[in-house]
Write a protein that binds this ligand. Structure first.
Ligand SMILES: [Zn+2]
Length: 130
């Protein structure tokens, strides 16, 4: 997976259908910014610009988006900031990962219990047959 260090930006009227990795498309007309997920998974991220959504800062060279981009509904669940056209990974992510691991461990524990029961049943049946 490629992680572009510095994002390019293009001011456009319409957001193109295919968004290449590492490019921020900015439509001032529709107050929308579009890019592909910073992790490189290729999912499109559309961020509407408004006082209650995202705010865009263009310093003449680089783009900053505020607040952070949290792709919770993507399989990658990536969370990062776009600051001066650079992707900065959110520090909280480590915690989310940890929680995810705990859930998985819990599920695995349940699974293990169920499997053990099933195996135990099978074993019992076999014993009865025999
Ligand atoms: Zn992603």
């Amino acid at each position: 997976m490629k992680k572009p260090a510095i994002l390019k930006h293009e001011f456009v009227e319409f957001i193109p259908e295919n968004i290449p990795d590492g490019v921020l498309f900015i439509s001032l007309k529709f107050a929308t910014v579009a890019h592909t997920c910073g992790c490189g998974c290729g999912k499109e991220v559309i961020t509407p610009l408004s006082p209650t959504d995202w705010q865009l800062t263009f310093d003449g060279e680089t783009i900053t988006l505020y607040p952070s981009i949290g792709n919770w509904n993507f399989p990658c669940k990536s969370h990062y900031w776009i600051q001066n056209s650079k992707i900065k990974w959110a520090e909280l992510w480590a915690e989310h990962e940890l929680h995810g691991d705990k859930d998985i461990l819990k599920k695995m524990g349940l699974f293990a219990k169920k499997t053990t029961k099933r195996i135990a049943k099978k074993a019992t049946k076999k014993r009865h047959k025999a």
